[in-house]
Design a protein around this ligand. Structure first.
Ligand code: HEM
Length: 409
């Protein structure tokens, strides 16, 4: 594809995506990129870099499912020296492809079955009840510290078999991994903190895995420590990295969706009223995932020339998949900014990506989201968001607020 727009317009549109000012509402910046592209894709050539910014639902979906799309293409090879943080990421299934990915995913999913997930419903309900009682006793307060941080952290910790005393430490680790996934290598101070956390994680999980192999206990970690793959266990590094992946992926995304969903609903009072009328509408989780998109960007290196929507993406280039933009593609979701519980195709969203890396925790996330919003709408029909312009964490990839105050009476 040749660019019909002057490079400066394209560069300005791309630069705007990463500006802190875009965090509270990145969607106008996405629309600028969409308008400059063709067939939902905008191919950009820099002097040292070429890549394609994909806003369209169909091309995003097609790249995510393509066999030539490689995850973790920017990761240094296994034998190359790397920081503690990068070493931790390297063995996560998220950054593996082909057989190596299938093996890691197969081993973890063997311990993460639909039955195990469904068994979390009672735990989720009882955690919600306690957390909402505390918020109610104060007439409201910060939803992030009072609900959306502790709930998913306690659920995934419970599933892994980790103790509640370590909650604050796990939440900090999860934040470090999220910062690293968003490209923290540009900040030396942040990388130093992440490396220190990675060292702590390594020691913690190594000791724990040894203990669990010797004395198995209930929980996913014990199942993972014991798991056999044709006689071959997950190696120590693989166990560490994938336990950390579950801890982070199971926490950071859901904890951003809850306040993100409430903020969107506060701006669409008719959708909140409809939720109060039918709190168990089966479409709630998917429509909120579509509108909030806690993972706004995903990336793939292209191992071969790939054609999407009539646009040729060269081999060796990088595809930046703008999941937040694809989930508001007007060709697939008419009136895309509106929360519509009746939308017939909400579940076609790409909030969980698609293809081989489709979110392993999607059913757990749907369970947590639907239970949370049903409980909020049932117990607090008059809930009001009092933070109309809340502060955002400086992470455009895993986008979410730092704080969101609500009044419950
Ligand atoms: C709102 C909640 C969630 C969202 C939006 C979300 C989103 C995603 C996305 C977009 C990916 C694909 C990343 C890529 O293609 O590079 C992914 C992968 C993954 N997610 Fe989730 N996730 C959520 C919750 C969870 C939960 C609760 C867990 C587990 C406890 C989980 C575990 C995973 C794992 C293990 C992967 C890696 C799968 C693989 O590489 O094969 N996620 N998630």
């Amino acid at each position: 594809m040749t660019l019909s727009e002057p490079m400066t317009d394209v560069q300005a549109a791309i630069t705007a995506l990463w500006q802190p000012e875009a965090l509270p509402n990145p969607y106008p910046a996405y629309e600028r990129v969409r308008a400059l592209g063709t067939g939902g894709a905008l191919h950009v050539v820099h002097p040292e870099w070429q890549g394609t910014f994909i806003t369209g639902h169909a091309p995003c979906s097609s790249v995510l499912r393509s066999p030539s799309a490689m995850s973790g293409s920017g990761m240094p090879p296994e034998d190359a020296p790397a920081s503690e943080g990068v070493q931790l990421l390297r063995s996560m299934m998220l950054f593996h492809n082909g057989m190596s990915h299938q093996r890691l995913r197969g081993l973890v999913s063997a311990a993460f079955t639909p039955r195990v997930v469904e068994e979390q419903r009672d735990l989720v309900r009882s955690l919600l009840s306690g957390l909402l009682d505390n918020l109610a006793a104060r007439g409201g307060g910060d939803i992030v510290s009072g609900l959306s941080n502790p709930l998913p952290a306690r659920v995934i910790m419970g599933m892994l078999g980790l103790h509640g005393d370590d909650e604050a430490r796990f939440v900090r680790w999860s934040q470090s991994v999220a910062d690293m996934l968003a490209g923290a290598e540009n900040s030396p101070e942040l990388m130093a903190r992440i490396d220190a956390d990675a060292r702590e994680m390594r020691t913690f999980f190594k000791d724990l895995a040894d203990e669990l192999r010797a004395r198995p206990q209930p929980g996913l970690l014990s199942a993972l420590a014991a798991v056999q793959d044709g006689g071959e266990r997950l190696s120590g590094d693989e166990l560490l990295s994938n336990a950390v992946l579950l801890l982070t992926a199971g926490h950071e995304t859901t904890s951003n969706l809850i306040p993100g969903g409430l903020l969107e609903l506060s701006r669409q009072p008719q959708a909140w009223a409809a939720l109060v009328a039918t709190p168990r509408d089966p479409n709630v989780a998917d429509e909120l995932l579509r509108v909030v998109s806690p993972v706004q960007f995903d990336g793939r290196g292209l191992a071969a020339e790939t054609t999407v929507g009539g646009v040729i993406l060269p081999a060796g280039s990088f595809a930046q998949l703008m999941l937040g933009a694809a989930n508001r593609d007007p060709d697939v979701f008419p009136d895309p900014n509106r929360i519509d519980w009746e939308r017939p195709n909400s579940a076609r969203h790409l909030a969980f990506a698609a293809g081989p890396h489709y979110c392993l925790g999607a059913s757990l996330a749907r369970l947590e989201i639907s239970e949370t919003f049903a409980a909020l709408a049932t117990r607090f029909p008059d809930l009001r968001v009092t933070d109309t312009d809340p502060p955002f964490k400086p992470n455009p990839v895993l986008r979410g607020v730092r704080r969101l105050n609500v009044a419950l009476a």
